[in-house]
Design a protein around this ligand. Sequence first.
Ligand SMILES: [Zn+2]
Ligand SMILES: [Zn+2]
Length: 512
Amino acid sequence: MKKILCIVLCAVLLCPMLSAFSCAADKTEKCDCPNAPIIRVNGLGASIYDANGKRVQAADFETILTTIVKAIPLVPGLLTGRLTARETEKLVEIADGFFDELGLDENGDPIGGQAVHMVYPTEVDHENGQIICFDYDWRLDPFDSAEKLRDFVVYIEKLTGHDKVFLIGESMGTIIMDTYLSVYGFDDIAGVIWYNGGYKGILTCSDSFSNQNTISAETMGAYLKQVGATSGSTFLYDLMCALSDSGFLAEAMSGILKGAYSLNDEGYLQDFLVRNIGRFPGFWSFIEYEDFDAAIEYAFPTPELKATYAKLIARVTRYHTEVSANVDKLMKTAEKKTGKVGVVCGYGSLLPPVTHEEYLQSDSVIGTREESNGATCAHVGETLGAGYRQKVSDGHNHISPDNLIDASTCIFPDKTWFVKYHMHHFSNDGYSADIIRRIFLSKGTFTVFSDKDYPQYMILNKEKTELSPLTAATDEDRTPENGFGYQVFTIIFKVNAFFLQLFKHIAGSFRE
Ligand SMILES: [Zn+2]
Ligand SMILES: [Zn+2]
């Protein structure tokens, strides 16, 4: 009898405990606030850890230092563009060293239990529009990351008591987000934003994979000046201007470029690609749709290579045919099903100078044409022209006040915002939450005409913290003045350019 009593007592005591436990794990109370939680799929850059919890990275300070030391004997060969076979092997070995830890296997999977440590929040203030971040291993197949995003979305829905979430993809995050939408559809999506997105391809990567890179001292100089101008340091700006204007950069680059092109012709760059970043399915998703076939042929030129990398090729081809090919359709479906979509992009900067379209308007990492999905853009340093007329007339003006952008050709002309100024891609992101919350949380559809403080064209202030409407008054030329250092550096570089020329002449004749 005592025993039975005990069991009954235990059961009575356990029941509420069990139900309380299951409640915590599976919160089913509905939240009736109007604000679905906002999930931001972050851009490339989450830290990756090995099985022992040690951070793995491309190059720490020690790696960079040893690389420089190891590369010193190669300087004459590099500067003259005439590396011997032995030196070339050495260079390849040094370059491989950078990817030792981050490298993936032949199928594009991580080695030895590497992973991103994703933190699941236990509390979120979604009612006030808190933005919840999702991170992923940016090297991997976007389909794998989309599966993890699915778990996260389901978790956040349970945590907040909502059956829908807002998704914003930032930079590479737009690729993971689009993959998610193509696999899991729109049933629990309340709205979508593509923010500084790489979803239509990233030219610098696309050109590298499809062998279309062109580099010149002229565009390299212009880009370095841009880096100096945005650094806020007169010293750095003067240094970059003098480096470029003195002719030293052109002198130094002529040999290096000659060497780089011959390394490419001899197949070293292709070989380096397939053993390193060419194994990152995540990077394959940066390739523009039109460049994909050329990239496959460049990276895997022989039947043997195609066989070795068959699984990797199948993976990256899946992204190409299922997501990349259908981005426009996905975006239109998002607009139709949720009513709340937006595209935010940057302009006013040069891309890193390694693409075949050197003066493409960009946010310094991704072309504005790609980020906006279709804007007509003037090249950096030019305008659309005095007599330019909007390409598509829809009853609104879609030309920017500075005559650089025509948004009428975008996929969503009335729901695309442009933010002007240098290095926008790398800017402090504090200001972006405002526009995101307006697009998602406003009653009804938010467009570029809904709020006079958030028109189609905006400008980032110098502190990179706030956006203002772009007008004749807020627009300004941000090219700094050169300081005294410019004259000094120019003399130094001119002298060095002379000695470099002499050195190359002597080193070159020894290498004949
Ligand atoms: Zn709620
Ligand atoms: Zn319009």
